[in-house]
Design a protein around this ligand. Structure first.
Ligand code: GRF
Length: 204
């Protein structure tokens, strides 16, 4: 199974996938890594592992359609079976989502539907969790539909928010869970163990 991994920054979730492939825990290969940000460190991680990688920056394209064409063409060229949004901080257009319907997975650093959707990404999520005084947060891996963080949930895991937690400690605790959950979800997909019935994802 060939993965197409979309990133925007550091790429620690990408690294978790790279490690899982390299140790053969994940029976897949990463065909291509695409970033919507120039200079994303995740592009270096791909290069270090001889994985084709490139930046597709929206501002380099005149229209959204042209950007979507470029993104879809890259994914088709590398014969991607599953698109993985790994710290990808942009909402895919409906055309992209429908081209890979049921074959796009995203990881989000909260227990969706809490602290998710438009504007909730990266550390903004954890700041809102701490400001609210939450006792629990966590990570979610879900299938991507046309909404923002609204697709059927595959895996979730809660993380206790300690009184001593700050933005850095909470985001690090949750990132560790994201890495593990994302690899597990991709592995289940690769093994054909995920079925979707409306909003419900069943793990066989
Ligand atoms: C992190 O905030 C993570 O929670 C979210 O994207 C951000 C960067 O992840 N999914 P990564 O290190 O680039 O994978």
């Amino acid at each position: 199974m060939t993965l197409g991994v979309l990133i925007s920054g550091n790429g620690s979730n990408l690294q978790a996938l790279i490690d899982a492939v390299n140790t053969k825990y994940l029976a897949a290969q990463i065909g291509v890594v695409l970033s919507n940000q120039d200079g994303a460190y995740g592009l270096n991680r791909a290069a270090q592992n001889n994985i084709p990688a490139k930046a597709l920056v929206k501002s380099d394209f005149v229209t959204q359609d042209e950007f979507d064409d470029a993104l879809i063409n890259e994914l088709l060229e590398y014969k991607v079976d599953l698109v993985v949004l790994a710290g990808f901080l942009s909402i895919l257009s409906a055309r992209v989502v429908n081209t890979f319907k049921g074959r796009i997975i995203n990881v989000h650093p909260s227990l969706i539907p809490a602290f998710s959707g438009k504007g909730f990404y990266g550390k903004k999520v954890h700041k809102a969790v701490l400001d609210y005084g939450m006792k629990l947060s966590g990570a979610t891996v879900h299938f991507v539909d046309e909404g923002a963080d609204t697709g059927p949930i595959i895996l979730q895991e809660a993380v206790v928010v300690e009184e001593s937690d700050d933005l850095d400690s909470l985001s690090q605790k949750i990132l560790t869970v994201e890495h593990r959950l994302l690899v597990e979800a991709v592995r289940l997909f690769a093994q054909g163990k995920l079925t979707v019935d409306g909003r419900k994802v069943k793990v066989l």
